[in-house]
Design a protein around this ligand. Structure first.
Ligand code: XMP
Length: 511
C-alpha cells in the first residue's frame, strides 16, 4: 500500500489483511528498486489530499510503473495512474462526496475466465452504492484501459487493463459505505495478484513463535506485563517460544483499579503458565507523588520510577539479554504524509526506553490492534484479557485530580468499581468507562445533616480508536443506579456528575 497522505491508509492495509493477505504501508517516496526488493505481489496506490496538477503533488518513482506488478489506484491513486499513463484528470468545478450510485459498464468488463485477465468488477451487480470523496475527476482513462464504471458526475469512475494488471477506482472500496468494497479488494489481492490468503491469526501466531525462537536462540528474555491485551499476547507468544527462559515482570504501582493487581496475577497464572515476578512498589510511588498536583509532573515521576523499578527487577532475573515488547504496527509505520521515512518513536510497556541494555523482541510489530486481539483469541486467551478496555500507563494518578494520596486512590477505586460493575451489567457498548475524583467538595444534605464531601464524575465514551470520542448515551436508569450506589456505598461522596464532553474538544481522560 503506497501512501499518498490518505485519510484511510491504515484502513486499506487492514482490509487487505482481512482478505487473508499480508500488507505493508510504504511512503510514496520509496524508490522503484527498494519497492522491488520487497517483492510485492501487488501495489495499491492510496488516495490523498492533493490534486495531481498541484505544485508538490506527490508522485511515484516513474520506474515503478515498469515493474510489471499488478496495481490498483484508489481515488488520488487512480487519478495519478490516469495522469501518468496517458489519460487525463480535470477540475470539473464540483466534486462528489459521500454515497454515490455506481453504474457498471457491462460491455467493457474483462473476462474472468483467463487467469491473466481478471476483471475487477465483473461479478458485481449493475448498480451499487459507493463512497466518493474527490474534487478533481478522471476525464479519460489511461492508454489501453477500458472504462468499467461511471457515476452521474464521473465519466471514468473505474478503469482497467486486465492484461497489464492496471486498475483504478475513483471511489473508496475500503470504507464500509461502499457496499461491495471488500469484495473488490479481495478480488484484486486474491484474484488479480494471485495470493493464497494464508495471513490468518493462527498462522501469524505460529510464525511469531518461530521468529522469537530463532531470534533468542538459547538466550533468556524478560517481558513487562501490564495485564493489557498487547503485553499479554506478546508474553504468551514469547512463552510458547521460550518456555522457562521467559520471565514476566509485573510492577504494581498502587495506581491500578480495584482488585486489578490480584486479577492480573490470577488471570496470568491461569492462562499463561510463564514465570511471573510481582513487584509491589506502591509505597515508593505514593511517596514520590506526595504534594504533586501538576499532571505532567505526575506522569514524569511515574514514568521514571516505573523504569527504575523494572530495571531493578530485571537485574534480579539474572542473565536475560532480551526484552519482549508489545509494540504495534501503527507505532512504526513510515507515513507518506510529507515526513517520509520518519519512524515514530516506540512508546510501549509503560514507556520503557530503548537504552535499557536489552535486545528488543517485538512479536506484534507487524500487527494492528484488532489483529492482536484475534491472535490472542487464537492462542486461547479469554475475553477478560482480549477485550479489556484501555487503561492509561499512569493509572488512577491521572484520574485523581490534584494530589495523589493512598486515601484518594482508595476512594476512587471504590467508585470506579461500581461504574464498571453497572456498565458491565447493562452490557452497554462503550469503549472506555471509569470514575474521576476531581479536587472539589460540594455541599449536600444526608439524613438531615449538612454534608461537605467529594464529587465523583462518571466518564463513559464511545470511540473507534481513541483519537476521537463521544460521550456514551447511557440509559438514565443505569446512571441513576450508579449515582445512588456510589453515594450510598462510598464514604465521603455526596454528589455524582456525568461528563457530557466529546473529544475534541475534551480528551477522554481528565488529565
Ligand atoms: P486522551 O485522554 O488523550 O486518551 O483522550 C486517549 C487514550 O489514551 C489513554 N491515555 C494514556 N495511555 N499513558 C497511556 O498509556 C498515558 O499517559 C495516557 N493518557 C491517556 C486513554 O486512557 C485513552 O484510551
Amino acid at each position: 500500500m503506497v501512501d499518498f497522505g490518505a485519510q484511510y491508509a491504515q484502513l486499506i492495509a487492514r482490509r487487505v489483511r482481512e482478505a487473508g493477505v499480508y500488507s505493508e504501508i510504504v511512503s510514496h517516496e520509496i524508490s522503484a528498486s527498494e519497492l522491488a526488493s520487497r517483492q510485492p505481489k501487488g501495489l495499491i496506490l492510496s488516495g490523498g489530499p492533493k490534486s495531481v496538477y498541484a505544485e508538490f503533488a506527490p508522485q511515484l518513482d516513474p520506474d515503478v510503473y515498469g515493474l510489471g506488478v499488478p496495481t490498483l489506484g484508489i481515488c488520488y491513486g487512480a487519478q495519478l495512474l490516469a495522469h501518468e499513463l496517458g489519460g487525463s484528470v480535470k477540475q470539473t468545478g464540483r466534486g462528489e462526496y459521500g454515497r454515490t450510485v455506481l453504474q457498471i459498464c457491462r460491455a467493457t468488463q474483462s473476462s474472468a475466465t483467463s487467469s491473466d485477465a481478471w476483471g475487477l468488477l465483473t461479478n458485481l451487480p449493475d448498480t451499487q452504492d459507493v463512497w466518493m470523496s474527490h474534487f478533481d475527476a478522471i476525464a479519460t482513462a489511461p492508454d489501453g484501459c477500458n472504462v468499467t464504471a461511471v457515476t452521474a458526475d464521473s465519466p471514468v469512475a473505474a478503469f482497467e487493463d486486465a492484461s497489464r494488471g492496471i486498475y483504478g477506482v475513483q471511489f473508496h472500496p475500503e470504507v464500509a459505505h461502499t457496499t461491495h468494497g471488500q469484495a473488490i479488494i479481495e478480488r484484486f489481492v486474491r484474484g488479480v495478484c494471485g495470493t493464497e490468503g494464508t495471513w490468518t491469526p493462527a498462522s501469524i501466531a505460529e510464525e511469531s513463535v518461530a521468529a522469537i525462537a530463532a531470534q533468542v536462540g538459547d538466550g533468556r528474555a524478560i517481558c513487562g506485563l501490564s495485564g493489557g491485551v498487547d503485553s499479554s499476547v506478546a508474553a504468551t507468544l514469547a512463552h510458547r517460544a521460550l518456555g522457562e527462559r521467559l520471565t514476566c515482570v509485573f510492577v504494581d504501582t498502587g495506581l491500578l483499579r480495584k482488585g486489578e493487581a490480584e486479577q492480573v496475577i490470577e488471570t496470568f497464572g491461569r492462562n499463561m503458565g510463564a514465570e511471573l515476578v510481582h513487584v509491589d512498589a506502591s509505597g515508593k510511588f505514593f511517596e514520590r507523588l506526595r504534594g504533586v498536583s501538576d499532571p505532567e509532573r505526575k506522569r514524569s515521576i511515574i514514568g521514571e520510577l516505573f523504569i527504575r523499578t523494572f530495571e531493578e527487577a530485571a537485574s534480579e532475573v539474572g542473565d536475560a539479554e532480551f526484552l519482549v515488547q508489545g509494540t504495534l504496527y501503527p507505532d512504526v509505520i513510515e507515513s507518506g504524509t510529507g515526513h517520509a521515512a520518519k519512524i515514530k518513536s516506540h512508546h510501549n510497556v509503560g514507556g520503557l526506553p530503548e537504552d535499557l541494555e536489552f535486545e528488543l523482541v517485538e512479536p506484534l510489530v507487524r500487527l494492528f490492534k484488532d489483529e492482536v486481539r484475534q491472535v490472542g483469541r487464537s492462542l486461547g486467551l479469554p475475553d477478560e484479557i482480549v477485550q479489556r478496555q484501555p487503561f492509561p500507563g499512569p493509572g488512577l494518578a491521572v484520574r485523581v485530580i490534584g494530589e495523589v494520596t493512598p486515601e484518594a486512590v482508595a476512594l476512587l477505586q471504590e467508585a470506579d468499581a461500581i461504574v464498571r460493575e453497572e456498565i458491565a451489567r447493562a452490557d452497554a457498548d462503550v469503549w472506555q468507562y471509569f470514575a474521576v475524583l476531581p479536587d472539589v467538595h460540594t455541599v449536600g444534605v444526608m439524613g438531615d445533616e449538612r454534608t461537605y464531601a467529594h464529587l465523583i464524575v462518571i466518564r463513559a465514551v464511545t470511540s473507534e480508536d481513541a483519537m476521537t470520542a463521544d460521550w456514551a448515551r447511557l440509559p438514565p436508569e443505569v446512571l441513576a443506579t450508579m449515582s445512588s450506589r456510589i453515594i450510598n456505598e462510598v464514604p465521603q461522596v455526596n454528589r455524582v456528575a456525568y461528563d457530557i464532553t466529546s473529544k475534541p474538544p475534551g480528551t477522554i481522560e481528565w488529565e
